[in-house]
Design a protein around this ligand. Structure first.
Ligand code: SF4
Length: 475
């Protein structure tokens, strides 16, 4: 049996004479080229968008941007690998006119142009809107943790530092005892030797000083944790446990699952992200009316209120975080609020009247109770309080009750959330292999994420419309 054989290496070949002949009409690089050339990079804030009069001319930011877009589309993000590709990749030779910038120049471009990259990403959203690729009615908002350039071992909080300092003290005590023992027997042959033990103690003392310094830093800054490699990254809960990450937020339009807005924060939860993301999305989409669906992690009365004030209707299911419920006692949902009389009715049918109002964590909270609890037969199922059961109510609680009503009546919108937001995160993390950052610091990782989002949207637009049609749209 014979195999399919390659050509003979010594055979004379007739390659196409023009580089352009290697690039098919529907090759993505053709669109990257036209699109980047259509942008006003100076207005978008790119460094060196206007060449200097004197000195060595810099690379054109347009070429560097083309290189990065091409790289991110093809899962090549490292500056060293991008440099390598400029020497051997025919598509890049075509795209850059055979320019071969060194890796440092490539890396600096990404570091220095975070703001410009964000603006390009936004410009592409504007193009998508122009091409009617957004439904502009319903968006899904979600967050995902992206690994930062900081190992878990170089992230500390007070509890961890206390534990480490305790461990060091225990070790030092153990070594000192060992030293005492050696002094008593006056042995020169012990293992470890006296000198080795002294060195170990000195190392531990030095580490102890370092940890104590970190404790002081934490106290002085009021921060809850400190990261040594990327000082702005934070330890966060992930699906796999905990890791040092950034929290990436995206707002996705339901029509074609294109990302309308994105943000990178170092907040460890999604609780305070809803309103700003929704507001920015509404502005980008220029929508008069917008609905937003998000998961229970976004359930926050203040954020929901802000959305409603901005003309955005949220659909967020309520999480069951009631301690009473976990203890097997009646939860707040077992009490019925009567808005006309401003009172609650409990499972025993008693009326809980308004007692007083207070401000807790900046929120106006109203308290309701009844004097009937002491004689109530259901008390053991209702409260562990000796006195009576108290029900609290945020002064704007009605907006949350109305949202729950909307959620019940529109379960399809809540279910849609998963389908809308999981596609982009799945594509970015699995297909594009971009679940981690290469740069450090919020500003730079924001620029990096903008490139990722730009490339996700660009690929999606090409899949929907096609390269030739997109070229016509920007020409
Ligand atoms: S303990 Fe008080 S609030 Fe609870 S069911 Fe009885 S009367 Fe109602």
């Amino acid at each position: 049996m014979s195999y399919i054989n390659g050509m003979n290496r010594d055979q004379v070949l007739l390659f196409p004479e023009v580089l352009d002949d290697y690039i098919a009409d529907n090759n993505t690089v053709r669109f990257i080229d036209v699109y980047v050339d259509s942008l006003d990079l100076e207005a978008l804030g790119f460094k060196y968008a206007l060449p200097k009069e004197t000195g060595r001319p810099p690379y054109n930011p347009a070429d560097m941007l083309k290189l990065y877009i091409y790289g991110y589309i093809n899962k090549i993000r490292s500056s060293r690998r991008l440099e390598q590709e400029t020497y051997r990749n025919v598509e890049l030779m075509w795209l850059l006119g055979k320019l071969t910038p060194d890796f440092k120049t490539i890396a600096d471009f990404r570091k220095d142009n975070a703001q410009g990259l964000k603006q390009v990403c936004r410009e592409f959203s504007v193009l998508c809107k122009k091409l009617d690729l957004f439904g502009r009615e319903l968006i899904g908002i979600d967050g995902s943790k992206f690994k930062a350039v900081n190992s878990k071992g170089r992230n500390f909080n007070e509890k961890k530092l206390d534990g480490l300092l305790k461990q060091i003290d225990e070790k030092i005590d153990a070594y000192l005892k060992e030293l005492d023992q050696q002094d008593k027997v006056e042995s020169q042959l012990s293992n470890p030797t006296t000198e080795e033990l002294k060195e170990k103690i000195a190392q531990l003392q030095s580490r102890k000083q370092q940890y104590k310094g970190l404790v002081e830093q934490l106290k002085a800054s009021g921060a809850l944790q400190i990261s040594l490699t990327d000082s702005e990254s934070r330890s966060m809960k992930t699906k796999q446990g905990t890791d040092v990450c950034y929290n990436v937020q995206i707002a996705v339009d339901h029509k074609h699952k294109l990302i309308v807005e994105h943000e990178v924060t170092n907040e460890v939860t999604d609780q305070n992200q809803l309103a700003e993301m929704a507001k920015r999305s509404k502005e980008t989409l220029e929508a008069d009316h917008l609905e937003v669906t998000a998961d229970m992690g976004y359930y926050n009365g203040d954020e929901v209120k802000k959305c409603l004030e901005d003309g955005i209707i949220p659909y967020i299911p309520k999480p069951n975080t009631s301690v009473n419920y976990k203890l097997g006692l009646f939860g707040k949902e077992d009490f019925i609020y009567d808005s006309r009389k401003d009172c609650y009715y409990c499972p025993a049918g008693e009326k809980l009247n308004f007692r007083f109002e207070t401000v807790e964590k900046g929120r106006q909270i109203r308290y309701y109770s009844t004097s009937a609890c002491q004689q109530c037969l259901l008390k053991s199922k209702c409260t562990r309080n000796k006195e009576s059961r108290r029900i609290t109510r945020w002064v704007h609680e009605s907006i949350m009750e109305e949202m729950q009503q909307r959620v019940r009546e529109n379960s399809d919108k809540v279910k849609l959330r998963k389908r809308i937001v999981e596609h982009p995160f799945g594509t970015i993390k699995r297909w594009m292999e971009q679940g981690y950052f290469l740069t450090r610091g919020l500003e730079k990782v924001r620029g990096e994420m903008s490139l990722t989002v730009l490339v996700y949207n660009l690929k999606r637009a090409i899949n929907i419309i096609g390269v030739k049609e997109l070229i016509v749209a920007v020409s």
